[in-house]
Ligand binder design. Structure first.
Ligand SMILES: [Zn+2]
Length: 178
């Protein structure tokens, strides 16, 4: 089987920032290079994101991680309670995890998990993930009906604002949304 084009989802970076393109065996190297040239903007952006992510990870010393975990345990459950009441939903449980890329999840039994890494992002991002997971109590998928459940300010945020490159903000800037 031979593909004329390499799919959009087949590009990624290795941990060292080397572009990795998945292509069928025997796929011409020149085609791969053309593909990469066409996706140069993506490549630069992906490398910048990765460098920022690596710097973030390197700065996560053991005491800092402990502090972030403690903050997540103290700050996320009240945010969940705040929005759960407004949305009229009740999660079965709220757990703090160490997930690296999955900021939040909602199980089939409506148990919510949030990564302490969310504490590295602005409070708006934390609230966005909280509201997103709470909405999964009512709709388990990402169909249009799911997005209609989200308050308008969350609907506007298609993804975490600056999630990948965000730096830790001063917690004193935290404010209660209306
Ligand atoms: Zn979701």
């Amino acid at each position: 089987m031979r593909f004329r084009h390499i799919g959009f989802g087949s590009r990624q970076l290795t941990p060292d920032g080397v572009p990795l393109v998945k292509a069928p065996l025997g796929f011409p190297q020149a085609e791969v290079e053309r593909f990469l040239a066409r996706h140069e903007t993506w490549l630069h952006a992906a490398r910048r994101r990765q460098a920022a992510q690596n710097a973030l990870e390197a700065a996560l010393t053991e005491p800092r991680v402990a502090a972030l975990k403690a903050r997540a345990k103290a700050e996320i459950p009240p945010r969940v309670a705040y929005f759960a009441e407004r949305m009229g939903v009740q999660p079965k449980s709220v757990r703090i995890t160490s997930a690296k890329t999955r900021f939040g999840s909602c199980s089939g039994e409506n148990g919510l998990c949030f990564s302490w890494r969310l504490m590295l992002y602005p409070p708006e991002a934390v609230d966005y993930v909280v509201v997103h997971e709470l909405a999964h109590i009512l709709e388990k998928n990402h169909a249009p009906a799911f997005y209609r459940l989200l308050p308008s300010y969350c609907r506007r945020t298609a993804r975490l604002p600056g999630a990948r490159t965000a730096v830790e903000r001063n917690p004193s800037k935290r404010r209660t949304p209306q």
